[in-house]
Structure formats: C-alpha cells, structure tokens
Design a protein around this ligand. Structure first.
Ligand SMILES: C[S@@+](CC[C@H](N)C(=O)[O-])C[C@H]1O[C@@H](n2cnc3c(N)ncnc32)[C@H](O)[C@@H]1O
Length: 206
C-alpha cells in the first residue's frame, strides 16, 4: 500500500492546514513513503524525518528521494537515526508532526517518551497527528481485536491497540491537548489522534 498510504498522509495533512512553507517532522518515517510526497510538497528544507532504523533512512534518501529527483530539496542531515526520539538533534521546531503507523508498534512507555519529546519539538500551537489501532473499551488485556484487512491487535504486544484514555495517561502533565479524529480513510482501519501544543512561547529543545 506504498502509494495509497503515502498519498493519504499528504492529503490528510494538507486538509488539516499543512502549507508548503511549514516545517514538518515525520516520526518513524521509514524509507520515506510519506516523506517523498512531503518533500515534494514542502519548500526546500521544510521536511525532517526520524527513524530507529538507519538502513531505512539510507534507502529513503538514496533510492526513493533520488528516484523522485528530490534530493536537492532535502539535506541528508534532516534524516536522523534515533530510537529515543532525540528531535533536539535536528536543531529546530516544527509546525506539524506525523507518526503514521508508529504507535501501533510501541508500548505505552515509549509512546510517553515520544510525546514528551514531541511536545518540546513543536512550535507553540504546533500539531502532532498520530495513528493508532483502537481497542474495545470493555476488553481485558488478553482480548484480541480484528481490524480492516484482518490485522489482529493486542493490548500488550505488537501490533498494539489502545484506548483514548491510554493516550491521555501517556500525555499527562505534558503541554499537549488531545483530540480524537478517528476514521481518516486508512485502508487497515488505523484511527487518527491529534495532539496540539499548548505552549505559548517557543522553548529550546533539551
Ligand atoms: C510501519 S512503519 C511506518 C513507516 C512510515 N511512517 C510510513 O507510514 O510508511 C514504522 C516505522 O517506525 C519505526 N520505529 C519503530 N520504533 C521507533 C522508535 N523508537 N523511534 C523511531 N522510529 C521507530 C520503524 O523503524 C519503522 O520504520
């Protein structure tokens, strides 16, 4: 679903107000499925991607971006290999961030770290859009949930499902407001959440 989910990400963020002059952070960007579209859409230098797997970043830059003729629009240093969400290493803050099909693979403590670091990386009023599989409200930790395309999720193993309250817990004390967007047309039934920075002044990332 390379093209379908790549196009969906760009279409969605544009519908949410992403403009070419914005700065966008792509968390768990992989080999730039969304990234190629974002680099094409944004002004040169507007995109940054972070992934724990350096070989995916290499493939994204050297194959995907090169084939699309877009390497002139992105310095290689804007792709950061990190599994600790060290966005401060990018040295700037962002209007938008997206984590597409990333929280579906992370336990809640890692999601909390990601949210804390993203809160620092967003400009005041900046917005993170994150996809997740939604679990049943009344389920025990052992309940399996089947989503579109037959994907089965659990509350305690990858691929994970979560409740909105799980994310409220993970974001507790952070300068982020949560909004459930829900169905955004994902072909595997992942739902969308928005986290909006409630900071009023720019902070320097630590
Ligand atoms: C299913 S892929 C989604 C990739 C991309 N967002 C897309 O839509 O094509 C999940 C990505 O998250 C990355 N990832 C997993 N844990 C991570 C972490 N702690 N920090 C950064 N990236 C992570 C994986 O390496 C993988 O590339």
């Amino acid at each position: 679903m390379w093209d379908e989910i790549g196009d969906l990400q760009l279409r969605f963020l544009v519908s949410q107000g992403l403009r070419p002059d914005h700065d966008l952070l792509d968390i768990g960007c992989g080999c730039l499925r969304g990234g190629v579209r974002f680099v094409d859409y944004l002004n040169a230098g507007g995109y940054a991607g972070v992934d724990s797997n350096p070989s995916l970043l290499e493939a994204g830059y050297d194959l995907e971006l090169a084939q699309a003729g877009l390497t002139d629009k992105l310095d290689r240093s804007a792709l950061l290999a990190s599994d600790q969400f060290e966005f401060e290493k990018l040295g700037r803050q962002f209007d938008f961030a997206i984590a597409q099909s990333v929280f579906t693979h992370l336990d809640l403590n890692r999601i909390r770290r990601c949210l804390a670091k993203t809160a620092e990386a967003l400009k005041p009023g900046g917005r993170l859009f994150a996809t997740f599989f939604e679990g049943p409200a009344d389920a025990s930790p052992f309940t399996l949930t089947t989503h579109l395309s037959g994907i089965v999720t659990k509350s305690d193993a990858d691929p994970y499902h979560y409740l909105i309250d799980d994310f409220r817990h993970a974001a507790r004390g952070l300068p982020l407001e949560i909004r459930r967007i829900g169905d955004w047309g994902h072909p595997r039934g992942q739902r969308m959440l928005e986290f909006i920075s409630t900071q009023t002044t720019a902070s320097s990332p630590t």
